[in-house]
Design a protein. Structure first.
Ligand code: GDD
Ligand code: MN
Length: 380
C-alpha cells in the first residue's frame, strides 16, 4: 500500500480520450441549486489533471438529476448516476465510486459546505504516496466549523468522534468527515465488508479495511449551507449506533438482529407485566390474560422495532397499521414454529423441557426476525 500511485503520475495519452486520474463522487438529494456552482469550483481547483465528477442522485424531487444531466451534455467531465427507489448517503457514495475506474477518488458534499480548495492538497498527499486516505478535517489546526454548526450539533459530532476512537479504534480528529480522498485499491480492499448503513462512509471504510490505511488530515473550514436543507436528522445517532454495533460484532451477529433481540427481551417484560395485571390483579381467566399479554407484547415489539431496528424503513400513518397486521401474521407463524420445534425435541428427549423450550424460542425468534424483515419491513 505504500508505493505511490503510478497511474496518476503517468502521462495522459495524446489525442485519445482523457482518462480521468481523479473522480470526485458527490451524493445529492435536493441539491439542484448547488450543482452548477460546485462544478465551476471544481474546474478552478482541478486544473492540472484529467478528472470527472460523478453526481449520485437518489431521484431528488427537486430535479437535481435533470440539472446534472443538462450540465453533462455540455461538459464531458460531468456524469450523473441516477438511483431509483432508493435512499442512503453511504450506499450512494459506494455506487458512485464503483461507477468510475479512476485510480484516485474523492468524496464531497454537493452543498458547498466542503472547501474545494483543500482538494489539491489532499490529492497531492495521495499522489506522493504519503497517505492512503486523505481526510478533509474540521478538527485539526487550521480547520473549523465556523458558522457551519450550532452548539448542539458540534457537541454531538465531538461525542461521536470519541466513540469512534473508543469502539472502533479509528484515531482521527474528524472521522465523521464526509470530505475525503483515497486510492482506489484501498476502497476495493474494503468494499465487500462495508456495512453501507447511514452517513458514516469514511468511518465505515476505515473500520472495514483489512489493514489500517495510512491516513492524513488536511484542515478546512466547514462552511454554512447556502441553499437547501441538511438531510441529517435524529436518525443519524441511530445509524451511528448501528454502524458501531455492526463493525464490532457484525461478523458474528447482524447488528439488526441484536436490536431485534433487545426489543424482543423488552417484549417478555411487557408480556409478564400484562399477564400479572390481568391474571393476578383483576383475576381474568389464564387463557384470556395470556392472549391479551401476547397481543400487547407483539404490539409493543412492533412499535419499538419500527422506531429502532427498522428506523430507515419505518411505517407511518395507514402503513403503520398494515405493518402491524403483517407483524401479527409473521409472529403467529413464529409461534407455530416455536411450538413445533419444542414439542419435537421434548418427545425425542424424554422430556428435556428446558432444552425444548429454549430451542423453540430460538427458532421462533430467528423466524420472526427473518420473516418480518422480508415481509413487514421489506425494502421499498
Ligand atoms: N444520494 C444521496 N442520497 N445523497 C444524499 C442523501 C441520500 O439519501 N442524503 C444526503 N445526501 C447528500 C446531500 O445532498 C449532500 O450533498 C450530502 O449528501 C451531505 O448531506 P447534508 O444533508 O448536507 O449533510 P450535513 O451537511 O448535515 O452533514 C455533513 O457533515 C457531516 C459531519 O458532521 C456530511 O458531510 C456528512 O457526511 C458528515 O458526516
Ligand atoms: Mn451539508
Amino acid at each position: 500500500m505504500a508505493e505511490p500511485c503510478p497511474d496518476v503520475l503517468a502521462p495522459v495519452p495524446l489525442g485519445g480520450p482523457l482518462l480521468p486520474a481523479v473522480a470526485v463522487v458527490v451524493p445529492t438529494f435536493n441539491e439542484a441549486p448547488n450543482v452548477a456552482a460546485l462544478v465551476t469550483r471544481l474546474e478552478q481547483v482541478l486544473v492540472d489533471r484529467p478528472w470527472e465528477v460523478v453526481f449520485v442522485d437518489d431521484d431528488s424531487p427537486d430535479g437535481t438529476a435533470a440539472v446534472v444531466q443538462a450540465l453533462a451534455r455540455e461538459k464531458p467531465h460531468v456524469r450523473c448516476l441516477l438511483r431509483l427507489g432508493r435512499r442512503g448517503l453511504s450506499r450512494a457514495v459506494i455506487e458512485g465510486i464503483l461507477s468510475t475506474s479512476a485510480p484516485v477518488v474523492a468524496v464531497m458534499d454537493a452543498d458547498l459546505q466542503h472547501d474545494e480548495s483543500a482538494l489539491p492538497r489532499m490529492l497531492a498527499l495521495l499522489e506522493a504516496g504519503d497517505a492512503d486516505v486523505a481526510v478533509g478535517s474540521r478538527y485539526v489546526a487550521g480547520g473549523g466549523v465556523g458558522e457551519g454548526f450550532d452548539a448542539g450539533r458540534e457537541a454531538m459530532s465531538r461525542a461521536a468522534t470519541w466513540l469512534a476512537g473508543a469502539v472502533l479504534r479509528v484515531r482521527l480528529a474528524d472521522p465523521m468527515s464526509g470530505f475525503f480522498a483515497l486510492r482506489r485499491d484501498v476502497f476495493d480492499a474494503a468494499v465487500r465488508r462495508l456495512s453501507g448503513e447511514g452517513y458514516k462512509i469514511l468511518l465505515d471504510l476505515l473500520a472495514s479495511s483489512p489493514r489500517p490505511p495510512r491516513v492524513a488530515e488536511v484542515p478546512y473550514q466547514f462552511r454554512p449551507r447556502v441553499a437547501g436543507v441538511s438531510k441529517l436528522d435524529s436518525a443519524v445517532a441511530w445509524e451511528f449506533a448501528l454502524l458501531l454495533i455492526d463493525k464490532r460484532i457484525g461478523r458474528w451477529v447482524p447488528a439488526r438482529f441484536v436490536m431485534y433481540a433487545l426489543v424482543g427481551a423488552s417484549g417478555v417484560l411487557v408480556h409478564m407485566a400484562v399477564l400479572w395485571l390481568l391474571y393476578r390483579g383483576i383475576r381474568l381467566g389464564f387463557d384470556t390474560a395470556q392472549t391479551a399479554a401476547t397481543v400487547t407484547a407483539m404490539t409493543t415489539n412492533y412499535a419499538l422495532n419500527n422506531v429502532f431496528t427498522y428506523r430507515d424503513r419505518r411505517h407511518s400513518g395507514l402503513g403503520w397499521l398494515r405493518g402491524l397486521l403483517s407483524f401479527y401474521a409473521v409472529c403467529g407463524l413464529g409461534v407455530v414454529a416455536n411450538v413445533g420445534v419444542a414439542s419435537a425435541i421434548f418427545d425425542r428427549s424424554q422430556g428435556a423441557w428446558l432444552l425444548a423450550a429454549v430451542a423453540g424460542v430460538f427458532v421462533g425468534t430467528v423466524w420472526n426476525y427473518v420473516a418480518s424483515r422480508a415481509v413487514t419491513w421489506r425494502r421499498g
